[in-house]
Each structure stands twice: as structure tokens, then as C-alpha cells.
Design a protein around this ligand. Structure first.
Ligand code: HEC
Ligand code: HEC
Length: 241
């Protein structure tokens, strides 16, 4: 007797839930149906994003960049890359004003490992595709930070490589892809002007050694450069704007 009354209580409860959830479903679909037919103005549509593609949100990107997200294991990027992506340490690249498509690609490359760096592979592992897009969209809007060339003796060599390449070795002019001012060409060629020379030099070595395997173009170029040429062009580019 007791047993069956328990059962009937339980089934009663279940039925209650079922009824509730049916109401919830009707409620939700009712709202969706009410919202659906009105055509959205173009601006609102752009804000809502293309269906299937994640919506890019600068403010969300900024918050993640500055504070990280401890619950998801995302470290605050600002710790190393500085306020607004303007790193004060030459081992940590400046990220401000960099083309969003390039930044996004690098984060993906760290995550898949075609750009092998133990620190950044760890950082990127915690990021979703949407996080990457949000952070990249925030960074491209930050002011360009400038640097200076430090080594007077190698400026002429650095400048001649950057502007004209090294014909005898088949090295193309860096300016051809990265533009004469080092601003790069959006979506394809990164901004290089004003970057820390130590970081740039380390990347050229990484391309040459095959640690950074995410650009066959840059691997081919770096393989032809001597250490002295890499240093000279990296230092020259730090002062380029
Ligand atoms: C502990 C320090 C540290 C933290 C924190 C950090 N980074 Fe980095 N980041 C580095 C280092 C070091 C490199 C250079 C890696 C290399 O040599 O390939 C780098 C490189 C990058 C690059 C490549 C830049 C370029 O010009 O190609 C991007 C993009 C980047 N980090 C984004 C981020 C983002 C986004 C976050 C936060 C989620 C973050 N980093 C957190 C140290 C850090
Ligand atoms: C044919 C086009 C082309 C030429 C010429 C070229 N680059 Fe690049 N470079 C690229 C591309 C594409 C990338 C982005 C690779 C990627 O997606 O990671 C790049 C990336 C770089 C990076 C990495 C930037 C960063 O923030 O990590 C450095 C450094 C660099 N190039 C230096 C040079 C130098 C120095 C020269 C001249 C000796 C040069 N490049 C010539 C196409 C070119």
C-alpha cells in the first residue's frame, strides 16, 4: 500500500514536470515565433552576426584579454603582453594594431601546434574560436606602439634588406609583402614595424629552425638569412613606422 502510494506520488511528480516542460517549450517557441517574422534592419543583422558564424564582440575580447577567465583556465594576456597589447618586455611581442586575421591565425596555429611555443600553446589551448576572434578584434583597435632601432652600425644593412632584399641570395624585399612602412597588408601580411627586435629575431630563427612551421613563405626566406642579417633587419624594423 505504502509502496504504491509512493509510486503514484512519483508518477504524479513526473507528470507535473512533463506538464511544466511542455509549458516551457510552448513558452519558448511562442517567444521565438513572435520575434521571428519582423525583418531586422541591416545594422541589427550585422550585430547579430551571420548565422552559423560566431558574433565578434570587442568588449568581451577586452575583458578576456585583461582579466582572463579563471574558471576556464584562461590566463590574462595583459600579464605578459601589457595594457592594450603594448608589451614592455622584448621577449613578449607587442600585439596592438595587429591585423585581426593574422592574430587569429596565430592563436589557432599555437593551438594546433604548427607554431610550437610552450608558453603560447598553453595559453591558446584554453581559447575557443570565438575567444580568439574577440581578442583579435579588440587588439587591432588598440594604438600602434612604436620602437627605435638600437644599433647604428647595422641600420644601413637592415634597411637595404628590408627595402631591396638580397638579390645574390634570392632574398626578396621584406617591404614587398610587409609594406614599406612595416604596416603589413591586412588579412595576409602582418604588421612588423615597431616590434621588439629581440622578438622579431627570435621568430626569424624559429622559421629557419622549423619550430615555427606556419608559413612556407617565411621559412624559405629565413633559411637564406645569416644570423647577422637577421639581427640587422630585426633591429631596423623595430624603428620602422
Ligand atoms: C606568460 C606570458 C604570456 C601570456 C600570459 C600570454 N602570452 Fe602570448 N606570447 C608570449 C610569448 C613568449 C610569445 C612569443 C611566442 C613565440 O616565440 O612564438 C607570445 C606570442 C603571442 C602571439 C603571436 C604574436 C605575433 O606577432 O605573431 C599572440 C597573438 C599572442 N601571444 C596572444 C596572446 C593572448 C591572446 C594571450 C591571452 C589569452 C596571451 N598571448 C598570453 C607570452 C605570453
Ligand atoms: C612573399 C611575402 C613575404 C615576404 C617577401 C616577407 N614576408 Fe615575412 N611574412 C609573410 C607572411 C605571410 C607572414 C605571416 C606568417 C604566418 O601566418 O604566421 C610573415 C611573417 C613574418 C614575421 C613574423 C611576425 C610576427 O609577428 O611574429 C616576421 C618577423 C617576418 N615575416 C619578417 C620578414 C622579413 C625580415 C622579411 C624580409 C627578409 C620578410 N618577412 C619578407 C610574408 C612575407
Amino acid at each position: 500500500m505504502r509502496q504504491s502510494s509512493k509510486i503514484s506520488k512519483l508518477t504524479g511528480l513526473r507528470a507535473g514536470f512533463a506538464v511544466l516542460s511542455i509549458f516551457a517549450l510552448i513558452g519558448i517557441s511562442g517567444v521565438a515565433m513572435a520575434a521571428d517574422p519582423a525583418p531586422m534592419p541591416a545594422e541589427a543583422q550585422a550585430k547579430a552576426g551571420v548565422p552559423g558564424k560566431p558574433k565578434v564582440d570587442l568588449a568581451v575580447g577586452e575583458a578576456l584579454y585583461s582579466n582572463g577567465d579563471a574558471k576556464r583556465g584562461v590566463t590574462a594576456c595583459i600579464t605578459c603582453h601589457g595594457p592594450k597589447g603594448q608589451s614592455a618586455v622584448s621577449a613578449w611581442p607587442k600585439l596592438s594594431a595587429q591585423h585581426a586575421a593574422y592574430t587569429n591565425k596565430q592563436l589557432k596555429n599555437f593551438k594546433e601546434g604548427t607554431r610550437a611555443n610552450p608558453i603560447m600553446m598553453g595559453m591558446a589551448a584554453a581559447l575557443t574560436e570565438e575567444d580568439m576572434q574577440n581578442i583579435s578584434a579588440y587588439l587591432v583597435k588598440q594604438p600602434l606602439s612604436q620602437g627605435v632601432a638600437q644599433n647604428k652600425e647595422t641600420i644601413a644593412l637592415g634597411q637595404s634588406i628590408y627595402r631591396g632584399g638580397i638579390a645574390a641570395k634570392g632574398v626578396p624585399a621584406c617591404a614587398a609583402c610587409h609594406s614599406p612602412t612595416g604596416a603589413g597588408i591586412a588579412a595576409q601580411y602582418p604588421l612588423l614595424g615597431g616590434q621588439w627586435a629581440d622578438y622579431t629575431n627570435a621568430q626569424l630563427i624559429a622559421f629557419r629552425e622549423g619550430v615555427r612551421k606556419n608559413s612556407s613563405q617565411m621559412t624559405a626566406i629565413a633559411t637564406k638569412l645569416s644570423d647577422a642579417e637577421m639581427k640587422a633587419v630585426s633591429d631596423y624594423m623595430a624603428g620602422l613606422h
